[in-house]
Design a protein. Structure first.
Length: 95
């Protein structure tokens, strides 16, 4: 991935057990789809907590690139640039 940007991934506390308790990860990827592929290779348990068996982001997980939700951008085809921050945020419910 010669043209891949290094992206910082913020890992919320609810998902840290799936990536060795890391609060942040760094991945080189040109877009969100490639970022997920890198996570599948390097942090499989974290990837499985974010994506289902078809590779789609789970319905209860929100994905933000900087401060924008991926659904407001171009979904998994959203391009990434050096310095971008991706956050995976599971929905929280209760009462």
């Amino acid at each position: 991935m010669a043209d891949a940007a290094t992206i910082k991934i913020i890992v919320p506390s609810a998902l840290r057990d799936f990536c060795g308790c890391a609060a942040e990860l760094s991945v080189a990827a040109p877009d969100l789809r490639a970022l997920l592929a890198e996570l599948e290779r390097g942090h499989h348990a974290f990837y499985r907590s974010v994506c289902d068996e078809t590779g789609a982001v789970r319905r209860h997980v929100n994905v933000f690139v900087n401060s924008s939700h991926m659904r407001d951008l171009t979904g998994l085809d959203t391009p990434l640039a050096s310095g971008d921050v991706v956050t995976f945020l599971p929905a929280v419910s209760g009462g």
